[in-house]
Design a protein around this ligand. Structure first.
Ligand SMILES: Cc1cc2nc3c(=O)[nH]c(=O)nc-3n(C[C@H](O)[C@H](O)[C@H](O)COP(=O)(O)O)c2cc1C
Length: 336
């Protein structure tokens, strides 16, 4: 079915094709909310019960428009964001490019979105129909100086806490200037320490402690990755997400080399797997890791699992292979 739709979608500019897909999912979610499947595939990670191991990665539904539609596709968990406290336009258009031959994408969106309050309004209408864990990605507005970024994360968390099963702290987008500096040891220790305190204070208001994941860049050196992994563990956060898109250009298509932004999709796979392997060798096998980056078929999903990821996410693979891949992966992974 998707093989018929894809050529039509690929006739459109990428952002229009994305808007159309999201509108379709929004519609799909309206018909009826999906009841949870049997618990056969379910898996417990960071104290939460995931329906299966496979989800759609952050950035697909930045405003929380279609969590019910995503749920109907059979995902094990739903993710929305990255959301900033205030609405913002993001970077100049055009800002998403397909590299079709290599099943990749370059995006330079820059946290475009309607902001945390608009997301809260959306989720207040749909949250009770979401039966899988809901992860909310938070990030700072572009105009916020790095020294004050912690306040932006806190502001978004405060507005969205009652909807979130877990938060993901995005310190790794390549499209917000300076953001990745928050991954450096001094910054990360301070930021994560303060956010854990904030999360614990929120727990006194809402009656539960929301697990916090930290999403990493694939472009750090091995020693930087190890340092950050230790910092995340020691901070009291509950898991890692590896990885975001890369600033590198592991592709042949020369046009991709001149386009700004993060590269995602098949060519990212070896980098993201190497990152997960490094994390596992540093932190052992207990601490949760969500593996993301370049997953596009069952072999790549299995490689990510073997590298040590508890849960998997994909985005670019869905654009090229279609949403049916979600169910295929979750079933095949469960069968093994
Ligand atoms: C168009 C686009 C927008 C994205 N926006 C976000 C975002 O807002 N927050 C985030 O953490 N990651 C974002 N990502 C990164 C993805 O979540 C994922 O980490 C990355 O694309 C690698 O996975 P993939 O190869 O399966 O696409 C975005 C990716 C794409 C392609």
């Amino acid at each position: 079915m998707y093989s018929l739709v894809r050529p039509l979608l690929f006739e459109l500019p990428p952002q229009q094709a994305h808007a159309l897909s999201l509108a379709f999912l929004h519609l799909l979610g309206k018909f009826s909310a999906l009841d949870p499947e049997s618990a056969d595939h379910s898996v417990r990670v960071a104290g939460l019960d995931f329906r299966n191991r496979v989800g759609i990665a952050a950035g697909f539904d930045k405003n929380g428009l279609a969590p019910l539609g995503s749920q109907r596709l059979g995902v094990g968990f739903v993710e929305v964001g990255t959301v900033t406290p205030l609405p913002q336009r993001g970077n100049a258009k055009p800002r998403v490019f397909r590299i079709k031959q290599e099943r990749a994408l370059v995006n330079n969106l820059g946290f475009n979105g309607r902001g945390a309050k608009a997301m809260a309004a959306r989720l207040s209408a749909t949250r009770h129909l979401i039966h899988v864990p809901l992860g909310i990605y938070v990030g700072p507005n572009q105009q916020t100086p790095l020294e004050r970024a912690v306040l932006d994360y806190e502001a978004a968390m405060a507005v969205l806490a009652r909807f979130a099963d877990y938060f993901a702290i995005n310190v790794s987008s390549p499209n917000t200037p300076g953001l990745r500096r928050l991954q450096a040891s001094g910054w990360a220790e301070d930021l994560l320490g303060r956010l854990v305190e904030f999360r614990n204070a929120l727990a006194r208001d809402i009656g539960r402690r929301i697990p916090m994941f930290v999403k990493l860049s694939p472009d750090m050196s091995e020693s930087e990755t190890r340092d950050l992994a230790r910092t995340v563990m020691q901070s009291g956060c509950n898991g890692l997400i590896a990885t975001n898109s890369t600033s590198a250009r592991p592709v042949r298509d020369r046009r991709a080399h001149t386009r700004p932004g993060g590269l995602s999709g098949k060519p990212l796979l070896s980098q993201s797997i190497a990152c997960v392997e490094t994390l596992r060798s540093e932190i052992g096998w207990e601490f949760p890791i969500i593996g993301v980056g370049g997953i596009h078929d069952i072999e790549s999903a299995l490689r990510m699992r073997r590298a040590g990821a508890d849960l998997l996410q994909l985005y670019t693979g869905l654009i090229y292979e279609g949403p049916g891949l979600l169910r295929i992966l979750s079933k095949k992974l469960a069968a093994r």
